[in-house]
Design a protein around this ligand. Sequence first.
Ligand SMILES: [Zn+2]
Length: 65
Amino acid sequence: MQCSRVRTALSARLDGEQLPPGITGGQLDAHVAGCVDCRRWSAGAARLQRLIRAARAADGEGERP
Ligand SMILES: [Zn+2]
């Protein structure tokens, strides 16, 4: 599987969206397990996702004028 397809699917999974057609979670995990580049990308994307979630949460609960 191409790395670009894997990353698109990983990004969707992180967002809680459906995986693109023809890709399963097991395939993703197998590719990431064997591909250092995608593993690194996945770690970075997951960290970014946490930051975005934290920022959104802070936005919703912050003090308002
Ligand atoms: Zn890859």
